[in-house]
Design a protein around this ligand. Structure first.
Ligand SMILES: [Zn+2]
Length: 365
């Protein structure tokens, strides 16, 4: 991407009523799209058939994913290395995929690891260290993590206790809350280093939840930060919260897998949209802007919890996207796609978090 041609300035607005004019949009929300190749990061949890469907990929489907990558000549990369070398460098990221697992469930060692060794594919496991230290049958042991690390796996940070990082305790100041979050991350980092000798400075956010202050603090501590919003990573323009494609349940289907590993990135210049919605922000507004180029703008489509989002043209090359129905308490997402000239898709996803009407956080299902 020619960085002089594009910039990104994204923010979000919740709008009490969409009768408000789209002038609100001018508070910031612009996304430019660049024609670059992409690194696609896959996020798995269980490779199992007896675990919760939404976070599980069956061994057969997982093997089919690996086989697809092999047959179609994808390069499966060491994530940390790809971020350091390829993102910063000049290597094209055509057909480049990284494999990650969150939460360190035992099926990674028992089922995924042997398959990954057969294919000689590197992978990353994001661990919440309290889970490992519990010695529960559900989670990997330090011994198993050590064995996989010895075979080339990267063991990285998923916080110490897998908390909801954005949630403040009653009466907790911003400063104390931020300190508590950084301690969660730094303690997990130290525990991994103690057990395994080293720890990658990569952090996967539990539940993919974040807000700007937290991201700025963690970036200042030199972490690469991964979310759970889908999308590809552009070579020239790394988002502050790096997207990954969640795999699990129907999201593991081979038909959509092919589309996902072929996606191209909506660029991002590191500015972070605050995804926590205010009380009246029931239909948050997402803006999309495109630089001069041969874009298939008529095929731009965005979807949210209520189906297709309304797209209002705000200039010759920019749009405002918003839901046609009120979002409900919990996490939700807007997903936007647009085909390129060759049938691949640019893909962007934005997470939103809405508290309940009484101001309390939603329960985790
Ligand atoms: Zn997790």
């Amino acid at each position: 991407m020619n960085s002089t041609s594009f910039y990104t300035d994204r923010c979000r607005l919740g709008m009490p009523r969409l009768k408000s004019t789209l002038g609100y949009l001018l508070l910031g929300l612009i996304i430019f799209v660049s024609p670059v190749n992409a690194l696609v990061i896959l996020q798995y949890h269980h490779i199992d058939t007896d675990t919760p469907a939404i976070t599980s990929t069956s061994p057969e489907v997982f093997k089919a994913h690996l086989e697809y990558l092999k047959v179609h000549d994808y390069e499966v990369v060491v994530l940390e290395q790809a971020l350091q070398e390829k993102i910063a460098g000049t290597d094209p990221l055509e057909r480049t995929v990284a494999i990650t697992f969150d939460d360190a469930f035992t099926s990674i060692f028992e089922t995924a690891f042997p398959l990954l060794q057969d294919y000689q594919y590197p992978f990353t496991i994001f661990v919440s260290t309290d889970f490992i230290s519990e010695n529960s049958k559900q989670y990997l042991s330090w011994q198993q993590l050590s064995e996989m690390a010895g075979a080339g796996a990267t063991i990285a940070n998923h916080t110490r206790s897998h908390l909801h990082m954005v949630r403040k305790k009653p009466g907790e100041s911003d400063a104390i809350w931020l300190l508590r979050q950084t301690q969660e991350v730094e303690q997990a980092q130290n525990i991994i280093e103690t057990h395994l000798g080293s720890a990658s400075r990569m952090l996967a956010l539990p539940y993919g939840e974040y807000e700007p202050q937290l991201i700025y603090r963690l970036k200042a501590l030199s972490y690469s930060i991964f979310g759970q919003q889908s999308g590809a990573v552009s070579a020239a323009d790394l988002p502050a919260v790096i997207p990954r494609f969640p795999m699990g349940g129907r999201y593991s289907d081979l038909s959509t897998f092919a589309t996902k590993v072929n996606t191209r990135a909506f660029p991002d210049q590191g500015k972070v949209i605050n995804p926590i919605l205010g009380k009246h922000q029931v239909r948050p507004l997402l803006g999309l802007s495109f630089p001069d180029g041969n874009w298939r703008l008529k095929d731009l489509a965005c979807y949210g919890p209520g189906g297709k989002l309304t797209l209002k043209k705000t200039s010759a090359s920019s749009f405002a996207a918003y839901s046609q129905q009120d979002l409900t308490p919990g996490r939700s997402r807007y997903n936007c796609t647009m085909p390129d000239q060759n049938g691949r898709f640019y893909w962007f996803s934005q997470i939103w978090m809405m508290k309940r009407a009484n101001g309390a956080w939603y329960p985790e299902p």
